[in-house]
Design a protein around this ligand. Structure first.
Ligand SMILES: NC(=O)c1ccc[n+]([C@@H]2O[C@H](COP(=O)([O-])OP(=O)(O)OC[C@H]3O[C@@H](n4cnc5c(N)ncnc54)[C@H](OP(=O)(O)O)[C@@H]3O)[C@@H](O)[C@H]2O)c1
Length: 293
């Protein structure tokens, strides 16, 4: 990490007010990048902004509001970003919804189930809306985020008849379904962007500690489970090193379509993730879900 630099690079990190996103923001700010903390709550974002500037010693950190559950909010975020910035070097799609309180499908204002909207569809929207800037700033990088928990779903596939949880729903299934979609999107996008100077890579996040203040909405038994899991957890800082490596390491300039556990540790996704026909169908269906606005 010592030899890396992000000087003169502009980097968006979604969900940067907590956990891995915030740790990555601190690391990338230390490397000299201009960091945009793209956060749902300005209040939580302000607290994070102070932490990131203090811990990195950099003042090149900005806070901007975005709710990844809303297409309108993503569009407003991109408009506001463009009003201030004329380049984008790294786009980190870190934010995700894993709210255990949700037991039924909840539709967004765009008519898409919230978990699928937040963790997949609106990520595609944000990338699409920023694509011309990424191309103009190339070499540039897109980083997506999946989950090691997908190992427990070896046969998971895109459920085209259940995208909105209309047939069956559990938070856990919806979460992993959207993460599988992100892995497939990464592989597909990497293919589509070959030759543009934009590389696309996905981080397979393992068990990473979540602090108590982010668990206080959960029932007691679940908090206990998280405390137990924490004994085996990576710190957000350790996991963020993979984001930072993917954002900054010059040796990766031609490396695209990868799936990574840690710096230089490539892993395989499940078999279905490599199915080009399903990747293309997912792409088409996702585009349709973006036609509402
Ligand atoms: N921790 C793990 O063990 C683990 C395992 C596998 C994968 N991951 C993945 O790693 C990434 C980071 O997770 P983490 O562990 O750092 O979790 P975290 O501490 O809960 O952070 C999640 C971030 O996403 C933001 N977010 C959630 N919904 C949003 C929305 N609608 N719009 C904008 N931002 C939103 C949260 O903001 P608020 O403060 O507004 O909620 C928060 O900043 C996620 O993609 C997650 O799925 C984590």
């Amino acid at each position: 990490m010592e030899n890396l630099t992000l000087k003169n690079k502009t980097i968006i990190i979604t969900g940067a007010n907590a956990g891995i996103g915030k740790a990555a923001a601190i690391q990338m700010a230390r490397l000299g990048g201009t960091i945009i903390l793209a956060c749902r709550s300005l209040e939580r974002g302000q607290v994070a902004l102070l932490d990131v500037t203090t811990q990195s010693g950099s003042q090149q950190v900005e806070l901007m509001q975005v709710d990844m559950a809303s297409q309108k909010s993503v569009r407003q975020f991109v408009d506001a970003f463009r009003n201030k910035h004329h380049r984008l070097d790294v786009l980190v799609h870190n934010a995700a919804n894993f709210d255990h309180r949700q037991t039924k499908p909840v539709m967004t204002e765009d008519g898409v189930e919230t978990v699928f909207a937040t963790n997949h569809v609106n990520i595609v929207l944000m990338t699409n809306l920023l694509m011309d800037l990424l191309k103009a700033s190339a070499p540039s990088r897109i980083i997506t985020v999946a989950s090691k928990g997908l190992i427990t779903y070896p046969f998971i596939d895109i459920q085209f008849d259940n995208l909105n949880g209309e047939k069956r729903f559990s938070m856990q299934d919806a979460y992993y379904h959207a993460k599988q979609a992100q892995v497939m999107y990464t592989f597909d996008l990497a293919e589509r962007l070959k030759g543009t100077g934009i590389i696309v890579n996905c981080v397979r996040v393992g068990n990473v500690a979540i602090p108590d203040e982010r668990l206080d909405h959960l029932p007691g038994w679940m908090v206990k489970l998280y405390h137990f899991k924490r004994k085996f957890s990576l710190t957000p800082e350790k996991m963020a090193e993979t984001y930072t490596w993917l954002a900054a390491d010059p040796s990766l300039s031609e490396v695209t379509g990868g799936y990574w556990d840690a710096p230089n540790v490539a892993v395989k996704a499940n078999k279905n993730a490599y199915n080009r026909d399903i990747q293309k169908k997912l792409w088409a269906v996702t585009e349709q879900l973006l036609q509402h606005n």
